[in-house]
Write a protein that binds this ligand. Sequence first.
Ligand SMILES: NC(=O)c1ccc[n+]([C@@H]2O[C@H](COP(=O)([O-])OP(=O)(O)OC[C@H]3O[C@@H](n4cnc5c(N)ncnc54)[C@H](O)[C@@H]3O)[C@@H](O)[C@H]2O)c1
Length: 394
Amino acid sequence: MSKFKVVILPHGYPSVEIEREVVGGAGGELVCGDTLPDEAAALREAEDADAILVRWTRVTPEIIGRLKRCRIIVRYGIGYDNVDSASALAAGIMIGHCPTYCVDEVATHTLALLLACVRDVVNTHAKVASGGWTDNPPVRQWRMAGRTLGLIGLGNIGRCVAGKLRGWGLRILATDPFVEEDQAAATGAQLVDLRTLCREADYICVHAPLLPETHHLVDREALELMKDGVILINTARGPLLDEAALLGALDAGKVAAAGLDVFEREPLARDSRLRSHPQIVLSDHAAWYSENSLAELKRTVAEEAVRVCTGGLPLAIAYPEVLHKLGRFHEWQPSPNAVWQLKRAARLRDGRTVGQTSGLTVSRVSGPEFLPPQGHGVGDSANRQTGGLTHTHT
Ligand SMILES: NC(=O)c1ccc[n+]([C@@H]2O[C@H](COP(=O)([O-])OP(=O)(O)OC[C@H]3O[C@@H](n4cnc5c(N)ncnc54)[C@H](O)[C@@H]3O)[C@@H](O)[C@H]2O)c1
């Protein structure tokens, strides 16, 4: 008789041998959603699971309502925006994720897209491959040294991008409401508000998480503030960027080029104009991938589930405030990655703004009973970077 049950919702990975080894090794049963007839059958299996592993499935309030024993839902990835956090918090279910498994890959991919845009690699390749040759390149190409890079979000990936670009002669600006000036300076970046970054950067890379207040963080208003000829890269989450506004800005020549790995709807529609725009370089949400990152991801996800199913706490929790509801906050050692989530939760508790574009209040996200108590010790330099952009659809 197995000690606990872990269900992987339909996932599309070629193998789950790593998960089976980790879960089985701890005495658990692993049920793989891809071996079941359909998603409905997998969700039935999930009803009495102790832990659920999820890749793509949108874990809705209705699904969470059916879970009788689940203690943790672990997302295969860094982002966890496909899991309904308010319902999970209300049900006392932890949301786990893997904050570090592909930091190097995404940062490298960001640079690949940026350099492809700056040097117009894709169009130049197509021209030469189809027999062309021009002594004076007809399209605009730029230099890196002496220009300004803007990072929206200075977490693991933003910092890794900044680190990789040391020595390239760039001035680096960053905007992040939960990072202190000295932390930014340690990465070689100067902390500014979003407006300043939009006005001053030649190249802008998005590395913020998708949250209610970051939906369309880069919208028409932000694009209008940007320099003519700005280059924009998004390897974070599609809805951070208003795609219709981006297309308008590309057509108007305001944005010179964009590199996109993520989209408002995935897979990207076959007839999307983003696919055929000559000034957009695309990839298919592939920034995370390498053979190394995939193996690390699968092992980490399974280990987190086993930790919780055997009475422990996960190393990474997306919304640590759930530990208050479970009465286990005192047991937990916040990882460096959790610090910004705790600061955000504290601001929500205090009814303060949590981003640079919105005025979200506690009731819009989760109840105050789930938030860390005052004086938890998470430093916060308050609304230092208010930015001033207004938003209509937070
Ligand atoms: N394309 C891919 O394959 C892929 C892979 C992994 C991660 N991602 C995405 O990359 C993004 C960054 O990941 P990470 O590992 O650096 O995450 P992280 O949690 O380490 O860092 C996120 C940073 O964003 C900051 N932030 C929060 N709200 C903000 C706001 N309103 N404005 C600006 N910054 C804000 C946080 O303070 C934090 O410093 C996430 O959106 C994640 O989902 C994409």
